[in-house]
Design a protein around this ligand. Structure first.
Ligand code: ADP
Ligand code: MG
Length: 294
């Protein structure tokens, strides 16, 4: 048996979980998924040294890389169901794969997803999951925010950033194991007019909604909305949702969960965008993470 086949059998095929939606899983040239609803698909690469530190425990590399990619499925208004997992690793040693496989398993249990295939190659450590998810209703786009809509965040900003600064504390560390708003998405999807997951920084991701919708924003946040402080508005690694909903649904949205906060309004022009933190005007020249400007 080839080394690659041996690794697949021992560390990945064992994670397969029979599911009525998966007609063909790991082992053939491709997987076959059955579905009677629209399927959302997305992929995201996490690279050692860029997206996670070298020598991070492999189970956290797995869990975090999966959560980061899965976050986009939820942001589209879908529930993740299955994923392919492409792994590039510098040296294929058993200890690394055993711990990595534990992280994949934990993620599959937490988010009720199935591993249905993938690839293993030798090279710079790089993890690329491709997710599939079932759309709950209409897709939640960035381009459909309306003037006067309320702006919400699904949880506190900066939890991933503070987790990254304190990697030795593995308990509830939102950098190592991002806690995705999977339980909220069904309710949020019934009210949201536009949605994005906050991955590169709240201000940058809110601007992406506003650019796509050709509108502007006014937001006012305070220490209740952040983990550390003002810097959390652009630090990234949040993996929460930023979404908009009509003013008439404000109470309905706030009733979904105590974690959700109303932080501002959509305006008709980006020329007057305004950010307040603790009642002080905030201007940033670094608005978020940009892969090509690092
Ligand atoms: P091929 O040579 O046809 O690309 P592979 O030997 O790469 O096939 O893979 C064999 C089977 O194992 C395929 O079904 C593939 O999807 C699955 N597989 C490969 N790598 C992984 C992985 N990391 N996790 C889960 N399944 C995998
Ligand atoms: Mg292959």
């Amino acid at each position: 048996m080839s080394k690659e086949k041996d690794l697949i059998e021992r560390f990945f095929r064992v994670l397969e979980n029979p599911s009525s939606d998966i007609r063909i899983g790991i082992g053939d040239d491709g997987a076959v998924i059955s579905s009677n609803s629209d399927i959302v698909t997305t992929t995201d690469t996490s690279r050692e040294g860029t997206h996670f530190p070298a020598n991070l425990e492999p189970k956290y590399i797995a869990y975090r890389s999966l959560a980061v990619a899965c976050s986009d499925i939820i942001a589209m208004g879908a529930i993740p169901t299955s994923f392919l997992l492409s792994i590039s690793h510098t040296d294929a040693n058993d200890d690394w794969f055993a711990s990595f496989s534990d992280g994949v398993k934990e993620f599959c249990v937490d988010y009720k997803c199935n591993l249905i295939g993938g690839d293993i190659t030798k090279g710079t450590t790089c993890i690329t999951p491709t997710f599939f998810g079932k759309l709950l209703g209409k897709p939640l786009l960035r381009s459909s925010a309306k003037v006067d809509d309320c702006i919400f965040i699904s949880n506190t900003l900066g939890r991933g950033y503070s987790g990254r600064k304190n990697l030795s504390n593995t308990e509830n560390n939102h950098f190592l194991k991002p806690n995705l708003p999977q339980n909220l998405i069904d309710a949020i999807a019934s009210y949201a007019t536009a949605c994005i997951d906050v991955s590169d920084g709240f201000i940058l991701d809110l601007e992406r909604i506003c650019d796509a919708s050709k509108v502007g924003f006014k937001v006012a946040l305070n220490s209740k909305h952040t983990s550390i402080g003002k810097e959390d508005l652009y630090c990234g690694d949040d993996y929460i949702l930023c979404f908009t909903a009509s003013k008439s649904d404000l109470e309905n949205v706030l009733n979904i969960s105590e974690d959700i906060s109303h932080v501002g309004f959509i305006t008709n022009s980006s020329n007057e965008n305004e950010i307040l933190y603790e009642n002080q005007k905030v201007t940033f020249n670094k608005k978020g993470w940009d892969s090509f400007s690092q």
